[in-house]
Design a protein. Structure first.
Length: 393
C-alpha cells in the first residue's frame, strides 16, 4: 500500500485517539491517566515500553532487529490551566484544565506514527524511540527525561518533533533552519518596604510604588541595553500588592519572563535584571528577594536536518505548501533534545478562521492536519533510517 493511502486508512483511529486525549487533560507532571493511555496503546502495538521516566514520561521503542541509527520522535502530553469554552462534544472533563496548545494532537500523531511504522518496519534499519514527555508548558519534562537516560540504550542519532501552528495556513508545513523559538527565563521578585496609612506616605516605604518603578525600569532593558537588531523581550506578567484603598502596602510580588535567541544573553539575564532591581530598590529605600528559573534554551534546527525534512514535506503537501515560519519568542523544551543530536522541529499549519489560537479557551484545529503530521514523520523516518535489504533496496 502507498504510504499516503496507509496513513489515510488511520483517519478514524487518529481522530478517536485525539478526542479521547482531549477529554482527559492533565497538568505537567500529573499526566497519570494520559501516560497510562499512551503506554497501553504502545504495548498493544507490540513496542517495548518504559514508564515512570521523570515521573510520568513514557518511551516506546520500535526495533527492527537490523543494525542502524535510532530516530527519536517526541510528543508532549501536558495541558494548560484553562477552562475550556469550545462547546465540543469531547470537551475537557477535567474542570479548569484544557488541551489548549495542541498537545493532544501531538500525542495522537506520535501514537499513530508508531502504528504506521510498525506496518512499514521492513523499510527501515535501526529503530525508533517514541518519547512522550511531561510538563512542556512548565517546568519542563525534556531535560529530566534526558537525565534519566532516554537518549541512550540504544543511543539516539536523530530527533524529530512538531507543533500544531495556527500562525501558518492549514495544509502547510513550516520549516526553519536554525533558531525557531527563543530561550526562556523566569524571575520572581518580592519587594519589601514599610507599610502605613495612605495619608502619611512620608512615614512609609511604598512597596507598590517601588514595584511600579521596577517594572518601568525593566521595560527599558530591551530598548537601551540590547542590540536593536537582535530580538528580545522582558515582560512582567504578575504584580500583586495592597489590601485596601487607604493602606500603603509593605510588600509587592512580581513575576516575569525574559526571552532572547542569544545564549550568552540568556545566561546573563539574572545579572542584568538584578542590577536594575537593586538600583531601584536602593533608591526607594526598599529591600528585595529574587529567585530565577532559567527555563529552556533556544530551539535550534540542524540545517541539514531541516533541509531533509523540507524535501520530505514537499512530498507530503507539495513544494509550494512548504513555508518558512517566522521566529517566535515563545519557548519549547524540544530544545534540549536538539542540543544533543541533529534534529528538526517542524510546524504543522493549522491556520483557520473557524478556530482560536493556542492558549485560548476556544482553541481548536481541523483534525485532518494530524494525518499530514503522521505522513511527514513516516516519510522522514524512512529517509533517515534507510531501506532494509528485505525491502528490495
Amino acid at each position: 500500500m502507498d504510504i499516503k493511502d496507509l496513513i489515510r486508512s488511520y483517519r478514524e483511529r487518529i481522530v478517536a485517539t485525539r478526542r479521547e486525549l482531549h477529554r482527559m487533560p492533565e497538568l505537567g507532571f500529573l499526566e497519570d491517566k494520559t501516560s497510562a493511555y499512551v503506554a497501553d496503546y504502545l504495548k498493544r502495538e507490540g513496542l517495548s515500553v518504559t514508564t515512570g521516566i521523570a515521573r510520568t514520561g513514557v518511551v516506546g521503542l520500535l526495533e527492527t532487529g537490523r543494525p542502524g541509527p535510532i530516530l527519536l520522535i517526541r510528543a508532549d502530553m501536558d495541558a494548560l490551566p484553562i477552562t475550556e469554552a469550545t462547546g465540543l462534544a469531547f470537551a475537557s472533563q477535567n474542570p479548569g484544565v484544557m488541551h489548549a496548545c495542541g498537545h493532544d494532537g501531538h500525542t495522537a500523531m506520535a501514537l499513530v506514527t508508531a502504528t504506521a511504522m510498525k506496518a512499514l518496519k521492513d523499510r527501515i534499519k535501526g529503530g525508533i524511540k517514541f518519547v512522550f514527555q511531561p510538563a512542556e508548558e512548565g517546568p519542563g519534562g525534556a531535560k529530566p527525561m534526558i537525565e534519566a537516560g532516554v537518549m541512550e540504550n540504544p543511543h539516539v542519532d536523530y530527533a524529530l518533533g512538531c507543533h500544531i501552528w495556527p500562525t501558518i495556513p492549514e495544509g502547510t508545513i513550516g520549516i526553519r533552519a536554525g533558531a525557531l523559538l527563543a530561550a526562556m527565563f523566569r524571575f520572581d521578585l518580592t519587594i519589601t518596604g514599610k507599610g502605613g496609612h495612605g495619608a502619611m506616605p512620608h512615614l512609609c516605604v511604598d512597596a507598590l510604588d517601588t514595584g511600579c518603578q521596577v517594572v518601568a525600569a525593566l521595560q527599558r532593558i530591551v530598548s537601551r541595553q540590547m542590540d536593536p537588531l537582535q530580538p528580545a523581550v522582558v515582560t512582567v506578567g504578575k504584580f500583586q500588592a495592597g489590601t485596601a484603598f487607604n493602606v500603603i502596602p509593605e510588600s509587592a510580588n512580581l513575576c516575569g519572563t525574559a526571552r532572547t535567541f542569544d545564549k550568552a544573553i540568556w545566561k546573563r539575564w539574572p545579572e542584568i535584571i538584578e542590577i536594575i532591581v537593586r538600583g531601584v530598590c536602593n533608591s526607594m529605600g526598599a529591600g528585595f528577594e529574587m529567585s530565577y528559573e532559567p527555563g529552556y534554551p533556544p530551539t535550534v534546527n540542524d540545517p541539514d536536518m531541516a533541509e531533509r525534512v523540507r524535501r520530505i514535506a514537499g512530498e507530503v503537501v507539495g513544494v509550494d505548501r512548504v513555508v518558512v515560519p517566522e521566529k517566535t519568542l515563545g519557548g519549547e523544551d524540544m530544545a534540549f533534545f536538539l542540543e544533543r543530536v541533529p534534529g528538526c522541529f517542524f510546524c504543522l499549519g493549522a491556520g483557520n478562521d473557524a478556530y482560536a489560537g493556542i492558549h485560548n479557551p476556544r482553541f481548536g484545529f481541523n483534525e485532518e492536519i494530524l494525518l499530514t503530521g503522521v505522513e511527514t514523520y513516516c516519510r522522514a523516518a524512512i529517509d533517515l533510517l534507510g531501506r532494509s535489504s528485505t525491502a528490495g533496496s
